[in-house]
Design a protein around this ligand. Structure first.
Ligand code: GAP
Length: 448
């Protein structure tokens, strides 16, 4: 764990307008985060790249955007009402609540796959106390779904939940997609959007939040071929993470999740872990969900979820492979990969080495001085010219070039274009400074 590096990244993200604590002005709200202009640009680019790669560039994917508040039967059928819980302990003095497995992990005790009774026993055996040094209660389950009431009457019949995963909005539309588009198997349905979990202890910046964004695919397959389709989605995942998100293959690791740690619906799960500055942690997962969800929907709704093979006329409920990505964890992996410190002329230069396709701002144009109208006019002209070619070009009129470079580095802008006296008096060439090695070349503006 490199907590210094993590602190530097969090501080830069806050200072430069990427991510702020939610409701900061009122003292914050734990587990919620607000995205500033650069953060939201980065997040949108991640989500757009994902949508292009997984949906638009493939012929076997269908996109949906389902409602966040769903009929509560969805969460009864899916097993979330009964089992979507984390192990909770209470500080017996302050009443504060913590995740039992996290307290054990923080004390160096492996708590993977243990039942509540086993967790309670381990807490006693190792004398684990609350972070305030107090005794802890027995471990019990805490359901993580946020509950609300729909309509003007608050009673048991009006209870609803904010969705804890986008997946169920896909399963509930499986039949609609089949009936409207008659897809051949295998095919996938993809969705991006908010998910909400009342995490007992949100922590590690955006890594464990109470409100976050998921990008999920339910890939419907013939049960005879599930392994082949699983492997193909896993290999596409590597391609996406390294080629589109710019992550280093060395930082990506596979964990074949043992049965006792898998979600209630999964027969096989590969967690893709990433070497974050907080340690090696889950980035995303691919799960083989069998026919668990569609069979439950058929049972509870009474509707037929069978697929009819167009050639053999065979009828069966398709099985499902689910690649499930969390936007915040991806964003955190991208930030930590991009964060670079180099020693230059006895000073530390810090920059975010975003891949070009993800950089929130692609080019900054700046006049060398702000009080020379000819430089300012030319800068505006070049800016307008470049804006026709590139998205997210920015104009900086501060006239303090050293500061422009430092800011451009810290927000990961690949190129800074400076208009100086030679530009207007001599050859029309501008200075183009490259973020990664701080080198500068002279170039005609229209050749950039
Ligand atoms: N539909 C399956 C599902 O939701 P999950 O492992 O619970 O599976 C999938 O979540 C992904 O969502 C995780 O790999 C992670 O990237 C992201 N995620 C889950 N809980 C999160 C949280 N509290 N904060 C941020 N991201 C989270």
């Amino acid at each position: 764990m490199n907590s210094d590096r993590m602190e530097q990244i969090v501080s830069l993200a806050k200072r430069r307008g990427f991510i702020w604590q939610g409701s900061d002005v009122y003292g914050g709200m734990r587990g919620t985060w607000d995205y500033g202009p650069l953060g939201v640009a980065l997040k949108h680019k991640i989500m757009q790249e994902w949508w292009s790669f997984w949906v638009e560039e493939r012929s076997d994917m269908y996109g949906v955007d389902a409602a966040i508040i769903m009929n509560p039967k969805v969460w009864q059928a899916s097993g979330h009402v009964a089992t979507f819980s984390d192990p909770l302990v209470e500080d017996l003095k302050t009443g504060e609540r913590y995740r039992a497995d996290h307290l054990l992990k923080d004390s160096g005790v492996n708590a993977e796959g243990l039942s509540n009774e086993q967790l309670t026993a381990k807490i006693k055996e190792y004398g684990v106390k609350s972070p305030n040094g107090n005794e802890l209660s027995e471990v019990r389950n805490f359901n993580m779904m946020f509950q609300t009431n729909v309509g003007a009457v608050v009673n048991d019949n009006s209870v609803a939940y904010l969705r804890p995963e986008t997946a169920q909005g896909i399963f509930t539309n499986y039949k609609n997609v089949v009936d409207s588009f008659y897809p051949d198997l295998p095919f996938g349905i993809a969705q991006q959007g908010k998910a909400f979990r009342n995490e007992i202890s949100p922590r590690d910046f955006v890594f464990r939040s109470r409100e976050f964004e998921q990008m999920e695919i339910e890939y419907f397959v013939n049960p005879n071929n599930w392994q082949q389709d699983f492997d193909s989605l896993l290999s596409s995942t590597y391609k996406f993470l390294t080629e589109k998100m710019g992550l280093n293959a060395n930082d990506i690791h596979e964990l074949d999740v043992p049965e006792e740690d898998r979600a209630h619906y999964s027969k096989k799960t590969i967690d893709i872990e990433f070497d974050y500055p907080i340690g090696r942690e889950e980035l995303m997962g691919i799960a083989y969900r069998t026919d668990f969800d569609l069979s439950n929907i058929a049972r509870v709704s009474g509707k037929n979820m069978e697929y009819v093979d167009k050639n053999s006329k065979e009828k069966f409920i398709p099985h499902v492979i689910e690649p499930s990505f969390g936007v915040e964890r991806l964003l955190m992996a991208i930030l930590s990969t991009a964060y670079t410190e180099v020693q230059e002329d006895g000073k530390t230069r810090t920059y975010l080495k975003f891949p070009d396709n993800l950089a929130p701002i692609s080019i900054i144009v700046a006049p060398l001085l702000k009080n020379k109208p000819a430089l300012v006019e030319k800068a505006k002209e070049v800016y307008n010219q470049l804006r026709k070619k590139y998205n997210n070009v920015s104009l900086d009129m501060s006239g303090k070039i050293g500061k422009v470079y430092a800011k451009a580095d810290e927000i990961g802008v690949p190129k800074v274009v400076v208009i100086d006296f030679d530009t207007i008096e001599k050859d029309g060439q501008v200075s183009v400074r490259n973020r990664d090695d701080a080198s500068q070349i002279r170039q005609k503006a229209d050749e950039i």
